[in-house]
Design a protein around this ligand. Structure first.
Ligand code: CA
Length: 271
């Protein structure tokens, strides 16, 4: 009992009670349109050192906001939804690197969501966040395809550590190496080579290149690329994508990525 209440105090103090200033400034961008709060702050590229996109599905607003701040400060791109139906739709139409999933959710509960997700997507790491600490529920969650779970209230440092562990594990899973026009991208090691030599790319350049090389011959829209890099909530400087593409062309080949004006970018298939 002592440990649980200590954790709760810690979480409440660090995430909710002493709400940081930048959390307050972000409040207006998540549903409360009438609040008239400041627009979200555009962060510099270097801020996104982790460049991983996480989806949080949690209907407890205070907890959700706390997690968002904590993980955004770690450099993750975090999108947050508060019901199961929206989350399932997002998971089917967009790509994420990890799912943080509450079980008790409106419209579609977390377990059902997970079962439906696993019917089509097997690789996405899923961490369950739940107040249901009964053994049966943990087992049901793991059987439905979760990779790990955390029982609320939890310590935010433990949450971060488990996320890191799951991402490491998923990156270590055998994933096909993508090769195209002399460029080779290895998702397991996140290494990029050009004609056999290693090329140093930033995490955001890597994410962008991965998105494009995973769909050769298909135009990937600017919107999709921006969302992968920034999520839904943030305003992106209008030329950020151009800068990243410019860097990739400079570091790799100018022939690799073609701009489709007004639409997006494509890695062309050789005829
Ligand atoms: Ca809940």
């Amino acid at each position: 009992m002592g440990k649980a209440s200590l954790c709760k105090t810690k979480l409440n103090e660090s995430l909710v009670g002493n709400e940081p200033l930048h959390l307050r400034r972000h409040k207006g961008c998540h549903g409360s349109k009438a609040s008239g709060m400041m627009p979200p702050i555009t962060r510099p590229i270097s801020y996104r050192e982790n460049a991983m996109r996480l989806l949080l599905v949690e209907d407890d607003r205070a907890l959700g906001q706390g997690i968002r701040v904590a993980l955004s400060n770690e450099g993750y791109t975090l999108d947050w939804l508060q019901d199961g139906v929206s989350a399932l739709h997002a998971l089917r139409s967009e790509s994420f690197d990890l799912l943080l999933l509450d079980l008790g959710l409106p419209r579609l509960d977390g377990l059902t969501l997970l079962q439906q997700l696993r019917a089509t997507q097997h690789d996405l790491p899923v961490l369950i966040l739940t107040a249901r600490d009964g053994t049966a529920e943990r087992i049901a969650g793991l059987d439905a395809g979760a990779d790990d779970y955390l029982v609320k209230p939890f310590d935010v440092d433990e949450l971060k550590a488990r996320i890191r562990a799951l991402l490491r594990r998923s990156q270590g899973r055998a994933q096909p190496v993508l090769e195209h026009a002399g460029v080779c991208l290895d998702p397991s090691s996140q290494q990029v080579t050009w004609q056999g030599s290693t090329v140093v790319v930033t995490p955001m350049e890597y994410q962008l290149l991965h998105q494009l090389m995973a769909r050769p011959g298909k135009v990937v829209t600017r919107e999709r690329l921006s969302r992968t890099l920034y999520g839904w909530q943030e305003r992106v400087e209008s030329n950020t994508l151009e800068v990243l593409i410019h860097n990739l062309r400079k570091k790799l080949s100018t022939e690799l990525i073609r701009t489709v004006r007004g639409v997006g970018y494509v890695v062309e298939l050789k005829p």
